[in-house]
Design a protein around this ligand. Structure first.
Ligand code: 5GP
Length: 193
């Protein structure tokens, strides 16, 4: 098991509805030493890519993206959830269905912060059905920038997102891939990588 898998086993909790709770170290209370290690691991996995920007989605991706961006020495941008309608045409936008909150959000990125010269590494905490990632990919495409890769902390391999994204040809690196989990027994199985 790698460092993140070990931490998930130690401190993660399996909840009904295929939800893995990691709020004591990754997306509510945050362990900065772990985040730093995650940043280094993504730097290693995408070392051969020319990346000048990291993109994530609010809120849980932000802390991870910050540590990744620090490793690459580049800025990071997060797609913001927005209620206002874009009248000026000064933002790229996408509709994203939330797996955990069971609602739909419009997310936006200002045109000031993404353009056709950018080579983007997309980062998020979880990959489930792939809706968040597809929204981020469509924003990058709309801007004319290039998706150089996608880094995910925890992929739930029994949901469809990973397969969709890999089949579309993206380099998707997930630090932990949960193959199966059981909320009654509290067990978690990882895919061998
Ligand atoms: P997707 O769009 O791939 O279906 O879901 C990804 C988003 O939903 C992530 O940004 C993450 O915030 C949230 N998410 C999906 N599954 C889980 C889960 O099992 N646990 C937690 N904490 N968040 C999840």
């Amino acid at each position: 098991m790698n460092f993140l898998e070990q931490r998930i086993v130690k401190d993660g909790a399996v909840k009904p509805g295929n939800v893995l709770k990691v709020d004591c170290f990754l997306n509510h209370q945050m362990d900065v030493e772990l985040l730093a290690e995650i940043g280094k691991e993504f730097k290693r996995r995408f070392a051969n890519k020319k990346i000048n920007k990291v993109l994530t989605i609010e809120a849980s991706g932000i802390a991870i993206a910050a540590f990744v961006a620090k490793e690459f020495g580049v800025p990071f941008v997060f797609a913001k959830k927005s209620k206002s309608v874009n009248i000026d045409g000064d933002v790229f936008s996408a509709t994203v269905e939330s797996f955990t909150h069971k609602c739909t959000n419009t997310v936006i990125v200002s045109k000031k912060f993404l353009n056709s010269n950018d080579h983007v590494l997309i980062i998020d905490d979880f990959l489930a059905n792939g809706c968040a990632l597809q929204g981020l990919i469509s924003i990058v495409e709309e801007s004319g920038a290039t998706v150089e890769g996608i880094g995910i902390a925890i992929e739930k391999g029994f949901q469809s997102g990973g397969e969709i994204i890999r089949t579309a040809g993206y380099q998707l690196e997930s630090l932990a891939i949960v193959e199966a989990m059981d909320d009654k027994k509290g067990t978690i199985e990882f895919r061998k990588q």
